[in-house]
Design a protein around this ligand. Structure first.
Ligand code: IMP
Length: 440
């Protein structure tokens, strides 16, 4: 049986939601391992735009089971809000289809305020976070103050933990001129949320192990992207979780041998939301045109995304860090019509050509991208489903990407709908074996 990891190779928003949605029929279980409701996975279903933030995209397929691992930070309010939204779309989310780890961290009402204070105090150097309390919740986890989903089910422990947290945090809030949080009112709200969540709570590590032993297959769904990883991304302008492949093992409690293959998702250009270095950023009309035609606005916050040319230095790095076996190329149709298309293959720093992605942000801020230029693609590739109809110049561009990244492209997404996809069965068979039949 093959378990596949889907991972973003850029700064998130690579179009993972659509690719997960396409691949779900070949798997039994879809599991998220990091992040929280900062993510925004967009899927178009029968012309309706559906954005999922916390629940794995597999939930849109009625016969699949979705898991939220211990590596996530869970807002109970966001969890139930998303379930309600899905209900209005006719998608029933019952506890036998969605399970949450007892060990996942809980986002508490004071986390967004801690984040607001931290962002404001950074001033010009702010990270540009989603302000959902993600960072402070992970901080509490590492500092061992965290409240976990399992604690919500034990009233005495829950009250004590809230008390411990607030005895320190309220001093901080008062120093910044905010009124203190009240233990009892948080306790009452979260005890009720805990009772409501109880049927969904499980030991996810044990569950996955049992299911895999019983012959089921798992699709691991990454959120955000490699360059936002807390260790391997453009630190400090990153999110607070392990978005890269290593996060699967720690964020779900699965052993590394169970991740059989890795599919990297890469957009034909680059985008990022929030602050931080972005060597190939286009602060001109071309960047604005890409943003318009690619509808590049944050799925979670609605903020405009910064746009730029494809950065092969960064994506090659992501392929190495994650052991990417195959790539899915998304949104190339956004670039059609441009008179010239560029892709960065190296950086120049202090006169030297560098091909490895630098780990220091101050270097990344100062590098000059070296570009390869490609001619306009004639005609339109938008919504094409047949490889043989692609223009030769676009195929040349894809071959250049494959050679430069040293990874093959097995999927090309040509539009927002499920069926707007060019799928190479032969390449997929190599990584997921006969599971590919479910996608034919
Ligand atoms: P946080 O995850 O809210 O702490 O935000 C940290 C950084 O990650 C900010 O630059 C966010 O814009 C970015 N970020 C977080 N989630 C996503 C996502 O799903 N897509 C793209 N960027 C994200």
């Amino acid at each position: 049986m093959t378990n596949l990891l889907i991972i973003g190779t850029q700064w998130g928003d690579e179009g993972k939601g659509k690719i997960v949605d396409f691949l779900v029929p070949a798997f039994d279980i879809i599991a998220r391992y990091q992040g929280g409701h900062n993510a925004g996975h967009t899927v178009y279903l029968d012309g309706h735009k559906i954005v999922l933030h916390l629940i794995p995209s597999g939930i849109l397929h009625p016969d699949k089971i979705c898991l939220i691992g211990n590596g996530l930070v869970v807002s109970p309010q966001a969890f139930f809000q998303e379930i309600d939204n899905l209900k209005t779309l006719g998608i029933q989310v019952t506890p036998n289809r969605l399970l949450v780890s007892r060990s996942a961290q809980v986002i508490m009402p004071y986390h967004p305020l801690l984040e607001k204070i931290a962002e404001e105090s950074r001033g010009q150097k702010k990270i540009g976070t989603t302000l959902r309390g993600i960072g402070p919740c992970y901080e509490d986890k590492a500092a061992r103050w965290g409240i976990r989903v399992g604690d919500l089910l034990e009233p005495e422990i829950l009250r004590e933990k809230i008390q411990d947290n607030l005895s320190l945090k309220n001093k901080y809030f008062e120093a910044f001129g905010y009124p203190p949080f009240k233990v009892e009112s948080i306790f009452e709200d979260y005890q009720v949320l805990g009772e409501k969540m109880a049927p969904y709570v499980a030991d996810i590590s044990v569950y996955i192990d049992e299911q895999i032993r019983a012959g089921k297959s798992v699709l691991f769904e990454g959120a955000q992207g490699t360059l936002l990883d807390v260790d391997h991304g453009t630190y400090p302008f990153v999110t607070s979780s392990s978005c890269t492949a290593g996060g699967v093992c720690t964020g779900l409690g699965v052993n590394p041998k169970l991740v059989k293959a890795v599919l990297g998702i890469t957009k034909a250009y680059a985008t990022r939301v929030g602050s931080g270095p972005f060597p190939t950023e286009l602060q001109d009309e071309t960047g604005a045109m890409i943003a318009r035609s690619g509808d590049e606005f944050g799925a979670t916050t609605g903020r405009p995304r910064r746009c730029g040319w494809f950065d092969a230095v960064a994506v090659r790095y992501a392929c190495r860090i994650n052991g990417v076996d195959l790539l899915a190329l998304t949104k190339p149709d956004v670039l059609e019509g441009l008179p010239e298309i560029k892709a960065c293959y190296a950086y120049r720093y202090k006169g030297t050509l560098i091909k490895e992605f630098p780990s220091d942000p101050w270097i990344l801020e100062r590098v000059e991208p070296e570009y390869r230029s490609f001619p306009r693609w004639p005609g339109s590739i938008h919504r094409l489903k047949d490889f043989s109809l692609l223009p030769a110049s676009f195929i040349d561009y894809c071959k250049w990407l494959e050679d430069t990244l040293e990874v093959k492209i097995g999927l090309i997404s040509t539009g927002v709908n499920r069926e707007d996809i060019i799928y190479n069965q032969e390449k997929f068979q190599k990584i997921i074996g006969d599971k590919d039949r479910a996608l034919a």
